[in-house]
Design a protein around this ligand. Sequence first.
Ligand code: AMP
Length: 280
Amino acid sequence: MQLIQFSSDLKQEIQHIKAANQTIGFVPTMGALHEGHLSLVKEAKKHCDVVIVSIYVNPTQFNKKEDLDKYPRALEQDMELLKEYVNIVFNPQSDVEIYGEEIQLKAYDFGKLDEPLEGAFRPGHFRGMANVVSKFFALIQPNKAFFGLKDYQQYVLVKEMVKIDGYDIEVIGCPTVREESGLAMSSRNRRLSTAALDAASIISYTLNYCKIYAKHIPLAQLKETGLHMLKNIMETEYLEFRTADTLEEYDHLSTGDNVFLSYAGVIEGVRLIDNIVFEV
Ligand code: AMP
């Protein structure tokens, strides 16, 4: 496994890989890696000759400086976790490697896809995310790129960005990896106490409860019950039932509906998100 810190070095490596007709699988991450990230890496290894992982805490996708500053960083541990599966780790030495001397962000027109949920609660987040992923795609030219369905709205938007920018890249969504308690794995979980880690399993419990009762309880009542279950543990930002393809909010559910049930909330000052996609 090779650690590369400069875009110029990475470009050279990409040239060699392409000249050898090898396929590239790419997994973008912000580091502080866990089994969830590793599941994407393993999937990439199954599908592609060469696996490249980026570890870069992208400043332009954080709308709060405090969140950026507190984001966990653990490069050495990350390298240890990846070494069995990965050919190249790209850990840009500075933001200049990605953005040049001056950060300039392209404005994407995602229609209504980037308006609700994370778009509403983290203004500018998706613009920063789409820009950095597009820059990585241009540099690395992967055949396939692997994203976690834990960030479902992000996955939808990356597929949209690929269309807009005209990349010939297959975007593959991988299932959410969870702790035994049901809590979705996240780098941010590292900032939680043991008690909070335990308590936060109420998120996946509630999502599953809503899924099970979606057929039997009217939507307004289901949502109220869900919010009530979360109430004393999480400071909830949203619990929303949306269409899995266009992300429009449901006002009632019918059999056969493909629902993207999405959650965000804060515990011990740490913001967690989770979702499930299911058919009613
Ligand atoms: P991040 O480092 O949080 O930006 O995540 C990098 C990639 O890993 C994204 O595509 C995430 O959706 C994915 N990911 C994060 N947590 C999980 C998880 N628990 N299960 C599966 N994929 C995940």
